[in-house]
Design a protein around this ligand. Structure first.
Ligand SMILES: Cc1cc2nc3c(=O)[nH]c(=O)nc-3n(C[C@H](O)[C@H](O)[C@H](O)COP(=O)(O)OP(=O)(O)OC[C@H]3O[C@@H](n4cnc5c(N)ncnc54)[C@H](O)[C@@H]3O)c2cc1C
Length: 478
């Protein structure tokens, strides 16, 4: 088995998958203009000879072969640090293959309930690693009426479910929504969206299947469907990746690809496992974005001659606080890592959830500082084409002058970055991503309540309040 080249990755997607976008059934995504940017981004992650990050991208497996580092199961704090560094240089279409880390992190728990599922996890992990494949995180069900459980919905398919159990496998029906990169990966790694009760056993289902499996259909959506000019759209022109509305129309899954089929007690374990790695990715991205916000705020302020203004300085201090709180939380989560019984290390669960919550809960008001400092040009700055047209360009150059030494094109680029990142198509998408991707605020609140050392907090509060608790019976006083 060998690492793929960027072209081999592209060629591997020509496999008969059923893909829809903008009303069209797309027979070959590798030549379709809508997929050009997303495919080039994921293909770049297959560039193992890149002089800057090629080495970071790959690692040597226990068999002596090389694999993409997204598949490295962290065993030490150094492995974890390398993984976090990798995340900064990797497209989201590759990062979602981190779903196999989630599966590997719960393999011990799964083995206790059914060893066959744990063996399937291990085999599928190796299959994807050794063939340099990518897999999407396929979790979120349509969910219908949120007040009713999976089996109580008007339509029983509103949560993905097992409709048939056969000697050779299971047949599943349902849909999963918002699935990042579903159309441009090789495997769909399906997990339950939440914990399930015994009466919802058919909904406790997890497996991995190729995207071109008969019955799978993907309808796409993206904030940047067209190819965009990088002067006017410095963020959207590089970051676009479609989300998929994935339909499972009576899809057969052989037993050797099944990780869960009815043992409802494991549904919550699998659902929660992904949250940690998803949120770690979210926090890494938050650190990058928040640092960008500080730089953009300082630049736009200096370019307007407002850098000594106390109000501007206060706003920038708010942005710095946000950025530093996130950076420190990520560092803390990696330094205070946890580990599974079999020695896999993972970021501190409480710290990652608190960081992701802080990021999401404060994102909208933090962006407000940037919009306030930027002013109306954030939205109304003319396009590059009007700058390049000598008739209109001379006025743009004249009236965008602020002070000596401020280059007009540099000023325009800074404004374009602020608009694209926070106030245009990518910016609007990012407002919702910050809140919802990796689970909404309630998901992080639940995890924080579950993992905080409440017994210690209560004990310290009682001591501080002077409350003397009765000693448990049988306690010997020395
Ligand atoms: C850009 C993007 C990319 C994503 N990528 C992926 C992906 O790759 N894979 C994946 O699986 N998912 C993905 N998601 C989905 C994401 O995890 C969900 O959007 C998120 O978990 C919220 O679920 P929901 O969208 O169904 O909203 P809902 O669950 O409907 O939540 C909306 C609101 O309703 C509230 N609510 C929900 N249920 C109840 C209830 N019972 N009682 C009271 N209030 C309730 C919530 O608290 C929230 O305030 C992505 C989402 C986005 C926006």
């Amino acid at each position: 088995m060998a690492l793929k080249t960027p072209q081999q990755y592209i060629d591997s997607l020509r496999d008969g998958r059923v893909i829809y976008w903008e009303g069209e059934r797309i027979e070959d995504i590798t030549t379709h203009p809508l997929f050009k940017v997303p495919l080039s981004l994921v293909a770049a992650d297959y560039e193992y000879r890149d002089p800057e990050v090629g080495e970071l991208r790959r690692y040597q497996t226990e068999d002596g072969s090389f694999a993409h580092r997204i598949y490295q199961v962290p065993r030490t704090s150094e492995d974890l640090a390398a993984r976090v560094e990798l995340m900064k240089h990797t497209s989201i279409g590759t990062l979602v293959a981190g779903v196999y880390m989630a599966l590997m992190s719960v393999k011990d728990d799964v083995a206790r309930v059914n060893p066959m599922y744990a063996e399937n996890i291990e085999r599928m992990y190796r299959h994807c690693r050794d063939n340099d494949l990518r897999g999407a995180e396929v979790i979120t069900d349509p969910k219908g009426d949120r007040k009713r459980r999976a089996h109580e919905q008007d339509d029983p398919d509103l949560y993905l479910r097992i409709v048939e159990r056969r000697a050779d496998g299971i047949v599943v029906r349902g849909a999963k929504l918002h699935i990042t990169a579903a159309s441009i990966v090789h495997e769909l790694v399906v997990m339950p969206t939440k914990g399930m009760r015994p009466e919802e056993a058919d909904y406790a289902v997890s497996f991995s299947i190729p995207v071109n499996t008969p019955g799978v259909k993907i309808i796409n959506r993206s904030f940047a469907p067209a190819e965009l000019n990088s002067f006017d759209y410095p963020a959207s022109s590089h970051h676009s990746c479609p989300e998929g509305f994935v339909v499972f129309d009576d899809v057969f899954v052989p037993w050797d690809r099944v990780f869960l089929a009815g043992e409802s007690q494991l549904a919550g374990t699998l659902a929660r496992s992904l949250g940690l790695w998803e949120r770690t990715g979210g926090v890494v991205e938050a650190v990058r974005m928040s640092e960008l916000f500080v730089g953009l705020a300082q630049l736009v302020t200096e370019m307007q001659g407002k850098d000594s203004d106390p109000i501007a300085q206060n706003s920038i201090a708010e942005l710095i606080t946000y950025a530093e709180m996130l950076r420190m939380s990520l560092d803390y989560a990696c330094q205070h890592f946890e580990s599974t019984e079999s020695g896999m290390v993972f970021p501190n669960t409480l710290a990652i959830n608190a960081a992701k919550y802080y990021y999401a809960a404060n994102y909208h008001q933090t962006v407000r500082y940037l919009h306030d400092l930027g002013g109306g040009l954030v939205l109304t700055l003319p396009l590059e084409a009007d700058l390049r047209n000598p008739e209109s360009g001379k006025y743009i150059r004249k009236y965008l002058h602020t002070r000596k030494g401020v280059d007009i094109e540099a000023r325009m680029r800074v404004y374009n970055m602020i608009r694209d990142l926070t106030a245009d198509a990518y910016g609007g998408w990012q407002f919702v991503v910050a809140l919802q991707a990796g689970g909404g605020l309630p998901a992080q609140r639940t995890m924080m309540n579950r993992t905080y050392n409440m017994a210690q907090a209560k004990q310290r509060a009682l001591k501080a309040a002077g409350v003397v608790m009765p000693q448990p019976a049988g306690t010997v006083h020395g």
